[in-house]
Write a protein that binds this ligand. Sequence first.
Ligand code: MG
Length: 388
Amino acid sequence: MKKISILGSTGSIGKNTIEVVNNHPDKFKVVGLAAKNNINLLQSQIQTLRPEVVAVFDEPAAAALRKMNLPVEILSGEQGLVSVATMEKADMVVSAIVGSAGLIPTYEAVKAGKDLALATKEALVMAGSIVISEASENGVRIIPVDSEHSAVFQCLHGRDMQEIRKIILTASGGSFLRKKISELDAVTPEEALRHPNWDMGRKITIDSATLMNKGLEVIEACWLFHLPPEKVEVVIHPQSIVHSMVEFVDGSIIAQMSVPDMKGPISYALSYPERFAGILPVLNLAEIRELTFEEPDLKKYPSLSLTYEAIRAGGTMPCVLNAANEVAVEAFLNRRISFTEIARVVSETMAQHKVLKTDNINTVLNASNWAQARAEEIINSKNSKKEI
Ligand code: MG
């Protein structure tokens, strides 16, 4: 019986994880749950899963949950999340908190020697060098939950890295694949949130439309698979059936395919190295008929170029890219900036950043805070110019 803590249990990955767990009650037991503030859902998760520890990030929400008199200890704040991430009983931590808030709990889980099913890509984007070296020191296994990285992980299975020419991450192209560049300035948050293939959270759906999500995944892949950025390529694949590929030195490419459903990669991360039956519906290729691939247009998706720039700059730059993007996406969702301004805010923030070495987690957090504040100022100055 594998004992699991879930960080981000009320989000899209968290809910899918619980579905996988519920389908295999003989294999998994949830011992810890952590969420931001959705206490109504958390309450029902507590009642069905009976975890031993629960943490709610927002203090008022934690207080409200405590009043419900559930048979479990309710912790709060970042320290609460860390307690769930490091709890003695957990064999594995599912790291699925959206955004930079997931960094510290994930990092602490690795320090505590917990195997990780990793969906919070920000942990590697912001602090890849620190998290990866800490994981290898503590013998921690990081198994990707991100569908692309799960695909690569499955294709690599036991191969010598010397045999790899490159990995190819597939991208759906997001909500605006067929829109012209000139049309992008006027798109609304509602349109951007309508993803054609994947049902995901708001932040990642916007990142999917700008291709920033793919850029963050390139950074994540470089750390997970120890590859330089020139060995990580992106190709647009609108059907989202091939989840990613590995090209070997002999010219062979191995791809992993399935219907687009996060329960696939989640289940593989939880059950690895086994595979459990009955997770996904059968993929009917004859019905799909066509799998197509195209090169991403970097003029249309400047965020993708920015991420390669950030990797090459190294140090704190990927962290700055990520933090500025979080602020810019939020500003777009709140109609403070247009869709195309997201990449401009990120680019301007990066241009003003002086890269530092990421030798400890505080350097990373300081860079992230700096970038959030700077991006906010850039957005405000854009808006005040508009008002004039
Ligand atoms: Mg992904």
